[in-house]
Design a protein around this ligand. Structure first.
Ligand code: NDP
Ligand code: MG
Length: 381
């Protein structure tokens, strides 16, 4: 049976790699819904190739080409959710960037059997809402993020044993070896040179600040239910081990492979089958040493801030995420220095009134207040 897959964030790094796999398996998958924000030309091209039933764009283009008028189009902020809801998708792969993806993830849980989650910010901000809804509606929530996919794969050999520790590996980002005195003034082009992965610009900046790993600690907490202190982060610059799970007897299981997001994407799509896609293989005899180190939270405090937000709970992770999204966007526009990103996040955490979160509306309110604080901080820096 062919599975209908909706791809939210279709024009991005994860979206296009997902479509690469779908194109190889036309007898297993069909792309029934494609959504993006403003890249209309990119979406038109994908729509021509994959002929989805519905498409969504946040920014309405001047016109829809004649050959694509048979598709049902949706526009506006909630276009992804509306296009998804009527697409007949069995699976939704959520690869929108930022909290903008939360609404679509919640809609996907209403309408799809399986939600394949790349959009970590949806779990960071709406974690309990998402996991409780998935449980209540018996939906599968499958990780696409490479570390969480690695842990998920390792846990399939757990046979009921509860892990004693999750070990998230971290490349260290583009600025791992950057001279300390130049770090605060690192440029956008310094930061976007990620050593091992090719990704969208927001996550690449998050990798350089280590906020990405902080968001991933929160993501792991929601996906796997282990407390914050049992989720460790280890710098592993070669990005060969994608993460590990330790058990009561001290045994550690790891998932290894070339750094290629099509592995975790394919695993989420095909589970329990593994889908070959012609990617690079590891050559152990030529790989050289695999090295490990502790993260430097003095140079890169965002990881510690994320752990603090997770421990505080309630709206704290929403504040952390909202302030970070504002700070990263300002950095990418050239309006903030790299070194100001952690200062902005710290300011928002220190000044936000933390509240419990019981519905999506409360998430969006906390996010909006955090963004105001972040902008106020940026004006005074
Ligand atoms: P990109 O910036 O490459 O792509 C983002 C996609 O989302 C684009 O298609 C963009 O459309 C679309 N989009 C943005 N805002 C909206 C919106 N409001 N409604 C609908 N679509 C929207 O990001 P990535 O693919 O790198 O990352 C996507 C998510 O996956 C992030 O949460 C990231 O943290 C996570 N992730 C990514 C990894 C990677 O290797 N790239 C690895 C692990 C996780 P447009 O092109 O029009 O702007
Ligand atoms: Mg990751």
């Amino acid at each position: 049976m062919i599975r209908n897959v909706a791809i939210l964030g279709a024009t991005g790094s994860i979206g296009t790699q997902t479509l690469h796999i779908l194109a190889r398996y036309p007898d297993r998958f069909s792309a029934c819904c494609l959504c993006a924000r403003s890249n209309a030309e990119g979406l038109f091209q994908l729509a021509r190739t994959f002929r989805p039933r519905t498409c969504g764009l946040v920014v309405e283009p001047k016109e829809i080409p004649d050959d694509l008028r048979g598709i049902e189009w949706f526009f506006g902020e909630d276009s992804a959710s509306r296009a998804l809801a009527v697409s007949g998708a069995d699976d939704a792969l959520c690869a929108v960037v930022g909290i903008a993806g939360l609404d679509a993830v919640l809609t996907a849980l209403d309408t799809c059997e399986r939600v394949l989650l790349a959009n970590k910010e949806a779990l960071v901000t709406g974690g309990h809402l998402v996991t409780e809804k998935a449980k209540r509606l018996h939906r599968a929530l499958l990780p696409v993020d490479s570390e969480h996919s690695a842990i998920y794969q390792c846990l399939q050999a757990a046979r009921g044993n509860v892990p004693s520790r999750l070990i998230l590996t971290c490349s260290g980002g583009a600025l791992r070896e950057f001279p300390r005195e130049q770090l605060a003034n690192a440029t956008v082009s310094d930061v976007l040179k990620h050593p091992t992965w090719r990704m969208g610009s927001k996550i690449t900046v998050d990798c350089a600040t280590l906020m990405n790993k902080g968001l991933e600690v929160i993501e792991a907490y929601h996906l796997f239910g282990l407390p914050e202190e049992k989720i460790e982060v280890v710098i592993h610059p070669q990005s060969v081990i994608h993460s590990m799970v330790e058990f009561a007897d001290g045994a550690v299981l790891a998932q290894l492979g070339a750094p290629d997001m099509r592995v975790p994407i394919g695993y989420a799509l095909g589970e329990p089958d593994r889908l070959a896609f012609g990617g690079e293989r590891l050559d152990f005899t030529r790989m050289g040493a695999l090295t490990f180190a502790s993260p430097d939270t003095e140079r890169f405090p965002c990881l510690a801030y994320a752990r603090e937000a997770l421990r505080l709970g309630g709206s704290a992770p929403v504040v952390l995420n909202g302030a970070n999204e504002e700070a990263v966007a300002a950095f990418l526009r050239g309006e903030a220095k790299f070194g100001q990103i952690p200062l902005i996040v710290r300011y928002a955490l220190d000044h936000a009134e933390l509240k419990p979160i019981s519905c999506a509306q409360e998430v969006y309110e906390a996010d909006a207040r955090a963004r105001l604080l972040a902008r106020a901080c940026l004006r005074h820096l």
